[in-house]
Design a binder for this molecule. Structure first.
Ligand code: GLC
Ligand code: CA
Length: 544
């Protein structure tokens, strides 16, 4: 028996310990947030591109599903070099998606349905088509130039920094200067040491908060500031599985960035009920947690589960270490199993029937854990990673590596809504979706799955309903233990205990229990007076 026990929750006596249980918890601490990849969710006007009108029309689906909020990937006018993460105007809407009044209408409709809307904000870099960068290209001495990182012409780039998308992090301007881009060349990095940058982002936050949004997912929140001397990074460029470490010490995680989050937090504090959730890709989870101290962002996405292989030590470590690290700062863990940057979990977990069974079990685990859960659009349908033909690929990771890296298009393919030829993504059947949808995806369509009580969609919906009824799930505290291939998360809350037991192995196992099975991730679970038999790759919730 290789049991490992991890205490969860806040450390008693810390000045920042979370509110007493009898106090009402803010919504975001245990919210299930549905991530909408706007371009691929629903096309309202028939041009093959998802948009705000399409999303608005599908809000009843999200309410039926039972999530609490939606986070929308960038909706801003963009250069289109990185799926909207190259922003041209932060206080506007890309005409492909609609206009500002569509955001207002979306927020209003969502509110009617009890759903909150969270936007994506991209403060590390702009588009190279942003008016500031354009001005800086035209005139090296203009005030806008100091809002980016430019270096005078020279043979070699100013330092050894690498772009996350491949190649050096420096490119040349037409007049021979160097400029910094830690992502694509079309995404010049902002210089946060120029106070105009910070002031402008505060205006952006207020612009959207004034329109009723409930907060922001903050892109590359571990970036923004760079080493003041732009010194070489000490090590080879080799991010670990879990993110960047000391070898990238000059590019990421500068101490000054925490002051940005303190300022943003105080802005949000003026708008009750709003929150910030950061993308912080650092190898050291304790460093990640620092971004969610009580006066900084409300939470930081925890990517450990997303990056864990299907076995009990990896999952137990992912869960235990996140509970510990975030517990120490009094922040809830924001669990993630899928997003627009990673292969779909059905495929990550082995594909086919096995991958699907594991993805179902993983979802049941995700929705039991204390904290908030982020569900990526399409994961509730059990979508696999799609095959996208090379000529249709758009991701700069694919294009910049000349195809050596597959990139992220396969998890960004439009949603199948019905079983017709166009899968109901666009109103006009003839519209060509911006990324091709595999013909066999009709079998995954929402319309089919809503009618099938054994579908992945029905499982998610049931799980969300049960979670809402049991304070032990999502709002409780948890311990995690393993016994061979069996992972058990024991959740307590509201005076009750619910165990989530996952059989991650290839053999059936018998779990001792006289409790009630609240939910099972797949078929073949047998309950007797004293035990529950769990088939391989299956999870259950048991109320003891
Ligand atoms: C984040 C986004 C990713 C984007 C990158 C650059 O990691 O999730 O999609 O490419 O930032 O903005
Ligand atoms: Ca459209």
């Amino acid at each position: 028996m290789s049991a490992r026990l991890v205490a969860a929750g806040t450390a008693a006596g810390q000045p920042w310990s979370s509110p007493a249980p009898e106090q009402e918890q803010p919504w975001w601490r245990s919210a299930v947030v549905y991530q909408v990849y706007l371009r691929s969710f629903a096309d309202g006007n028939g041009d093959g591109i998802g948009d705000l009108a399409g999303l608005r029309a599908r809000l009843p689906y999200l309410s039926w599903l039972g999530v609490d909020a939606l986070w929308i990937n960038p909706h801003y006018p963009s250069g289109g070099a990185d799926g909207g993460y190259d922003v041209v105007d932060y206080r506007a809407v890309d005409p492909e998606y609609g206009d500002v009044s569509d955001v207002e209408a979306l927020v209003a409709d969502a509110r009617q349905l009890g759903l909150r809307v969270v936007l994506d904000v991209v403060p590390n870099h702009t588009s190279d088509r942003h008016p500031w960068f354009r001005a800086a290209l035209a005139d090296p001495d203009c005030p806008e130039a100091s809002r980016y990182h430019f270096a005078p012409p020279s043979e070699e780039p100013p330092n050894n920094w690498r772009s996350l998308f491949g190649g050096p992090a420096w490119s040349r301007t037409p007049d021979g200067r160097w400029y910094l881009h830690l992502f694509a060349p079309e995404q010049p990095d902002l210089n946060w040491r120029d106070p105009v940058v910070a002031d402008d982002f505060e205006r952006t936050l207020r612009f959207w908060l004034d329109r009723g949004v409930s907060g922001f997912r903050v892109d590359v929140a571990y970036g923004l500031y760079k080493d003041a001397g732009l010194r070489d990074n000490p090590g080879e460029y080799s991010p670990t599985l879990f993110g960047h470490g000391p070898e990238q010490a000059m590019t990421w995680n500068q101490p000054e960035v925490h002051d940005v989050w303190r300022r943003w937090r105080s802005v949000c504090d003026e708008y009750p009920g709003t929150m910030l959730v950061g993308e912080v890709c650092l190898a050291d989870l304790d460093e990640v947690a620092l971004y969610s101290r009580p006066d900084e962002m409300h939470q930081s996405l925890s990517f450990r589960l997303l990056k864990s292989k299907w076995d009990t030590p990896a999952f137990a470590d992912a869960i235990g270490s996140a509970l510990e690290a975030f517990g120490r700062v009094g922040a809830p863990v924001s669990w993630v199993l899928g997003n627009h940057d990673k292969d779909r979990m059905v495929t990550r977990f082995g594909g086919g029937e096995t991958g699907l069974a594991r993805a179902r079990a993983a979802a049941v685990l995700l929705l039991a854990l204390p904290g908030s859960a982020y569900v990526y659009a399409g994961d509730e349908l059990g979508l696999p990673q799609a095959h996208v033909p090379d000529e249709a690929r758009r991701d700069p990771i694919f294009l910049r590596s000349n195809g050596a890296r597959a990139g992220r298009d396969g998890c960004r393919v439009p949603m199948p809504w019905n079983a017709t030829a166009g899968v109901g993504f666009s109103p006009a059947r003839a519209a060509k979706p911006w990324l091709p949808v595999p013909a066999e995806w009709r079998q995954h369509a929402v319309s089919r799955q809503t009618r099938d009580s054994g579908s992945v969609l029905s499982l998610y919906r049931r799980a969300l309903a049960v979670r809402a009824e049991h304070p032990a799930l999502g709002t409780g505290e948890a311990t995690v233990a393993t016994d061979g291939d069996v992972l058990t998360v024991t959740c307590t809350g509201g005076g009750r205990t619910v165990r989530c037991v996952v059989n991650m192995g290839g053999e059936s196992v018998l779990v001792r229990s006289s409790g009630q099975v609240l939910l099972e991730s797949g078929p073949g679970v047998h309950t007797s007076a004293r035990s529950v038999a769990l088939p391989p790759d299956t999870a259950v919730w048991i109320a003891d």
